[in-house]
Ligand binder design. Structure first.
Ligand SMILES: NC(=O)C1=CN([C@@H]2O[C@H](COP(=O)(O)OP(=O)(O)OC[C@H]3O[C@@H](n4cnc5c(N)ncnc54)[C@H](O)[C@@H]3O)[C@@H](O)[C@H]2O)C=CC1
Ligand SMILES: O=C(O)C1=N[C@H](C(=O)O)C[C@H](O)C1
Length: 269
């Protein structure tokens, strides 16, 4: 069987370049397209050369329609608006769409759900094995503890990150809320500043730190009078996210239309 052809969107980005490197090292898939935003100075250049290496024969394009039409999977770590557009194109091509983009709003998620009626979409705010294991642990610990244990999610990322709280922090918050038999919308408190008043029992709070080149750090803190439990994940290499995304692209090849996440891909619950 021919190796699935992969299109990477946002190829000049931090995740895009990491994905291209790992696809180049894989014997299970081939890169068939490299997409960047209109106006990027990578457009029209050989991808390998743009990345500072040898030519690959793949030319970076902003014509997503033509390259996605020939692909078996699209791996997409870009922006919410771009991801919504790529979801439609991947659905038209019946290609697997792996979405790592975070900061998606409810309207974006509805558009993605519509696209998933036609092809498989695998979306996760964090594609690493470690964080997806941590989701299960968070749900279990939250279920075991009463509401006298306060739950706070603290995350740290590099100075370029544009959304907060991170997609991972929101997933961890959702897992904690689920453990408490509620939704995050029901328990989440807005970012704190000024005279916030005392903490509301059972609520889930978030705090975000931005600086330097931090790849991604997440703590779920369970705090009670006299003791604290901290569940922590530290990412030190973006390859963990890229490896998860490539695994998802292969996993999705024999799946029907629908929405999936990394727990499905990894067989976790
Ligand atoms: N789910 C996960 O495991 C992870 C998710 N992310 C998320 O992935 C996204 C990207 O992260 P980074 O790579 O760090 O950002 P980045 O800013 O380095 O890369 C994004 C790339 O997308 C490109 N882009 C924007 N609009 C486009 C369009 N219309 N067509 C084609 N390309 C377009 C940009 O030019 C840029 O090169 C963020 O939302 C981030 O939170 C990042 C790491 C892991
Ligand atoms: O923007 C990033 O870099 C990351 N984004 C994801 C998130 O929002 O959680 C995943 C990871 O933490 C890196």
């Amino acid at each position: 069987m021919e190796k699935p052809g992969i299109v990477v969107t946002g190829v000049s980005g931090r995740m895009g370049q990491m994905l291209v490197r790992l696809i180049g090292e894989s014997d299970k898939m081939q890169l068939v397209g490299a997409v960047e935003r209109p106006g990027s100075d990578w457009i029209g250049r050989d991808l390998g050369e743009a990345m500072g290496g040898q030519p690959t024969g793949v030319i970076v394009t902003d014509d997503a329609v033509s390259v996605i039409a020939k692909a078996q999977a699209v791996i997409d770590f870009t922006t919410p608006a771009a991801t919504v557009a790529f979801a439609e194109l991947a659905a038209q091509a019946r290609a697997v769409h792996v979405i790592g983009t975070t900061g998606l709003r409810p309207d974006d998620l509805s558009a993605i759900s519509r696209a998933a009626r036609h092809a498989p979409i695998i979306r996760a705010g964090n594609m690493s094995l470690g964080v997806n294991l941590l989701l299960g642990l968070t749900r279990k610990v939250a279920a075991a503890l009463g509401t006298d244990w306060d739950i706070e999610v603290v995350e740290a990322h590099h100075r370029h990150k544009v959304d907060a709280p991170s997609g991972t922090a929101l997933m961890l918050g959702e897992a904690a809320a689920e453990g408490r038999g509620a939704t995050l919308d029901e328990l989440r408190v807005p970012a704190r500043e000024g005279m916030t008043g005392a903490r509301k029992e059972g609520s889930i709070g978030f705090a975000a730190i931005r600086g330097g080149d931090v790849v991604g750090e997440h703590d779920v803190i369970f705090a009670a009078p006299g003791e604290r439990i901290v569940l922590r994940h530290l990412a030190t290499d973006r390859a963990i996210f890229a490896r998860g995304a490539l695994r998802a692209a292969l996993w999705g090849q024999d799946k029907g239309p629908g929405e999936y996440d990394m727990m499905d891909v990894l067989g976790l619950d």
